[in-house]
Ligand binder design. Sequence first.
Ligand code: CA2
Length: 143
Amino acid sequence: MTQPIYVLNGPNLNLLGTREPEIYGADTLDDIKARMEAASPSRPIEFRQTNSEGELVDWVQEASSATDILILNAGAYTHTSVALHDALRSCDARIIEVHISNPAAREAFRHTNYVSPCAAATIAGFGPQGYLMALEAALQMKD
Ligand code: CA2
């Protein structure tokens, strides 16, 4: 059975395209979803966004048994959430971390990262294109 590729987005990413375009670009999350679907004809994309930490943890747990590829932009929970870190540690899917901006080049509070230690790879600073790069790379990665 063909497994979907999970693409999970954390808090405030529903605001993409509405403000701060100098940091996050002009694309909306729906634009990114449509481009990922177009770029993945052979596998469905399970694309979601939540502002809730608990819901994001629930979805990571779900992804563990539903997919082999989890593309994750955890937003600000990247820098704060031990609960998310623990869920990711227990997740059997290959985790590709994405950030639109480059948190390492921003404020010091964005330099703490609870996701990266659990990720196979991180793509940051390429704007919304980073999601497509993560998809392409994940599909090419061998076990
Ligand atoms: O660069 C990224 O993708 C981030 O994950 C975005 C998070 C930020 O907390 C991380 O440090 C880096 C913020 C997402 C909020 O997105 C907005 C988009 C438009 C307007 C306001 C917020």
